[in-house]
Design a protein around this ligand. Structure first.
Ligand code: ATP
Ligand code: MG
Ligand code: FE
Length: 352
């Protein structure tokens, strides 16, 4: 099926067009720069930017794919989770388009979309299931067990406070580096010693592992970095930015990869898929590659353009749902900022 997918859950207005597993276009307009001076995504600013970008982005994606609205088999959209106002813009646009073109409407889950990105044929043969998926971005840190992309996704664990990308952004701020902090810290860390400072690994002590084996926590780590920097400043020392960045990055990456590989081992699943903007992190890729190989786990890391938020992954997931015979969603489906990952498609009318 030929599907147009709309993504607007955070700061990217993404429009993707796919035919089955084939990617035809994937346009992304980001309002990231507008959030820079606030040090994080401002929901109202993001929603407004989506409104402005939506029309032109849809036209650009259609032109690039070289298809007409008439040819489309379905319109798909992220209906959650994400920022309410931002989601509403995408959901509204998708419904309007579905009505105007008289095409079926599919409201799908953003997190499952991240997993779906990997199904596109530019990635070669599709990844086998079950797989463990580690999704790490500015808004999410989730460990999933995907038994069936269109039928069975289980949440193993998630962050109990900050998301991994959010931690990078906050620590960058502490170190005086600009937003978004992830790439800045990644770069600064290259010249540093990752063993210089032993920062805490959140929820990794035996007592935490009993209850939170697959959960994450990064706010304690952020506080530890802030304290370390304050102490050094009070002592009149110069801040070794490269060492702090490298040691912080090591702590985040260590926890992410340890827990993901633990899940693979515990559940006997020899496959791990990464997704989300933090996957751009050089050290995360390196450590995941090493430890997956050592554990006999096959690792898949989609290209960066499919790791960050995009419309192609939403279209790809909807195409899979259609091929599996799933019926369209009701046009009464509303944006749901806290949509659970187990709801791969929102089919029925929702309240509120
Ligand atoms: P969502 O959470 O809804 O997926 P988002 O816009 O917050 O959306 P992405 O756009 O996928 O997330 O990713 C942005 C995040 O990734 C930011 O927090 C950014 O700092 C982080 N990031 C980007 N590059 C790197 C990197 N090289 N190392 C670490 N973090 C990075
Ligand atoms: Mg983003
Ligand atoms: Fe995302």
């Amino acid at each position: 099926p030929l599907v147009l997918g709309i993504e607007s859950s955070c700061d990217e207005t993404g429009i993707g067009i796919v035919r089955g597993r084939t990617l035809l276009s994937n346009t992304i307009a980001s309002s990231m720069d507008e959030h820079a001076r606030y040090g994080g995504v401002v929901p109202e600013v993001a929603a407004r930017a989506h409104l402005e970008a939506m029309g032109p982005s849809i036209e650009a994606a259609m032109a690039e794919a070289g298809v007409t609205f008439d040819e489309l088999d379905a319109i798909a959209v992220t209906s959650g989770p994400g920022l309410s106002g931002a989601l509403m813009v995408g959901v509204g646009a998708a419904k309007a388009l579905a009505l105007a073109t008289n095409k079926p409407f599919y409201a799908v889950n953003h997190l499952v979309g991240h997993v779906g990105a990997d199904i596109l044929d530019t990635r070669g043969e599709p990844f086998d299931y079950p797989t463990i998926a580690l999704l790490v971005s500015g808004g999410h840190t989730s460990l999933l067990l995907v038994r069936d992309l269109v039928g069975d996704v289980e949440l193993l664990g998630e962050t109990i406070d900050d998301a991994a990308g959010e931690a990078f952004d906050k620590v960058a701020r502490i170190l005086g580096l600009p937003y978004p902090g992830g790439p800045q810290i990644d770069r600064a860390a290259e010249g540093g010693n990752p063993a210089a400072i032993r920062f805490p690994r959140g929820l990794s002590l035996p007592k935490d592992m009993a209850e939170h084996r697959y959960d994450f926590s990064f706010s304690g780590l952020k506080t530890a970095v802030a304290r370390w920097v304050e102490r050094a400043e009070d002592a009149g020392e110069e801040i070794p930015v490269a060492d702090v960045a490298a040691s912080f990055r090591e702590a985040v990456v260590d926890v992410l990869v340890t827990k993901a590989i633990n899940a693979c081992r515990d559940l006997g699943v020899p496959r791990l898929l990464l997704g989300g903007g933090v996957v751009a992190n050089a050290r995360l890729r390196e450590v995941a590659t090493e430890r997956a190989a050592a554990a006999g786990v096959a690792l898949r890391i989609p290209p960066f353009s499919l790791c960050t938020d995009n419309g192609a992954m939403i279209a790809a997931l909807a195409a899979q749902l259609i091929m599996a015979g799933k019926q369209p969603s009701s046009l009464g489906v509303a944006a749901d900022s806290t949509l659970p990952v187990t709801e791969i498609q929102v089919a029925e009318l929702t309240e509120g």
